[in-house]
Design a protein around this ligand. Structure first.
Ligand code: A2P
Length: 271
């Protein structure tokens, strides 16, 4: 008679080949729609700040993966992700229930266009985000290279209500109090949070605030200028389309990894 399988053998047998199986370290829920989690980083795993990875869970016998921007910077020993909770989402309906100690799968190759290499040199870097679209920028604003390349970094984050802004507000607070980052960042980082469905000093869609010029007046910067301004956009498909049109109207052209230019875009992933 064979010896009964040990629990470790059973769990190990279920993890697909060729993917990382990492351990959840912490989970923070912000609202009934948003949460973040941190997990272990595989030894030797390399990515560029701003890239995304395929994150997954075993659901029954099957792994389910979705694209997730890595929210931690490339120097961090752990990996962080900021996620929406979709009630019927094939992955997020399960992912939202993870607890420290649980296993999360990750495919080996990161990729993405929201990377500093895809932009030509400039002075001011705008990061336009809505909802979980802030995730790749959470990585980039914690990367010293961003501040080596730009004199000024402007992160805009628009959400429906104030509770949804908390992740970004905490993040900027953390950076300003971080033992070495606060020196690197100095006063180069400007955070511009706005909401669309609740009263707040900064209110409105970012597209409206660009069009009516309030964004620039509030920040005390000149209007968009393709000679010095660079931009990255991450949000819903509609938000990207509308923001991209405004950038193009201001004379900026879209770039890619193999053809750096003045702005780059990426959809915020859901599912
Ligand atoms: P609004 O409340 O006017 O729809 P969501 O949570 O649905 O992804 O939205 C995140 C934020 O993005 C909301 O504040 C939403 O504003 C805003 N938004 C939605 N569509 C656009 C768009 N086409 N351009 C700019 N902002 C948008």
């Amino acid at each position: 008679m064979n010896a009964p399988a040990k629990t470790e053998d059973f769990v190990a047998a279920k993890i697909p080949d060729g993917v990382y199986a990492e351990t959840v370290l912490s989970v923070e829920h912000y609202t009934d729609r948003l949460f973040r989690f941190r997990m272990t980083r595989p030894a030797g795993y390399r990515f560029r700040s701003g890239e995304f990875a395929m994150i997954g869970l075993m659901v029954g016998e099957k792994p389910i993966y979705r694209a997730y921007s890595i929210a931690s910077p490339s120097w961090d020993e752990e990996l962080e992700f900021f996620s929406i909770k979709v009630p019927d989402g094939p992955l997020t309906s399960h992912l939202q229930a993870i607890k420290p100690g649980d296993t999360v799968l990750m495919r080996k190759k990161p990729t993405g266009t929201l990377v500093l290499d895809a932009l030509t040199p400039g002075k001011r870097l705008y990061m336009f985000s809505t909802g979980t679209g802030i995730a790749p920028f959470a990585s980039l604003i914690r990367d010293p290279e961003t501040y080596e390349k730009f004199d000024e970094v402007i992160l805009t984050h628009t959400c429906r209500d104030l509770a949804e802004l908390k992740y970004g507000l905490d993040l900027v607070h953390e950076i300003n109090n971080h033992e070495f980052l606060h020196e690197v960042v100095g006063n180069k980082l400007k955070h511009y949070p706005t909401v669309t469905r609740e009263d707040f000093a900064y209110r409105g869609r970012i597209t409206d605030l660009i069009e009516n010029g309030k964004l620039f007046t509030d920040l005390g910067v000149p209007p968009l200028d393709a000679t010095v301004d660079r931009a990255m956009i991450c949000g819903s498909t509609a938000m990207i389309k509308d923001t991209k049109e405004l950038l193009e109207k201001a004379g900026l052209t879209e770039g890619a990894n193999n053809k750096p230019s003045e702005f780059v875009i990426e959809r915020a992933f859901v599912g």
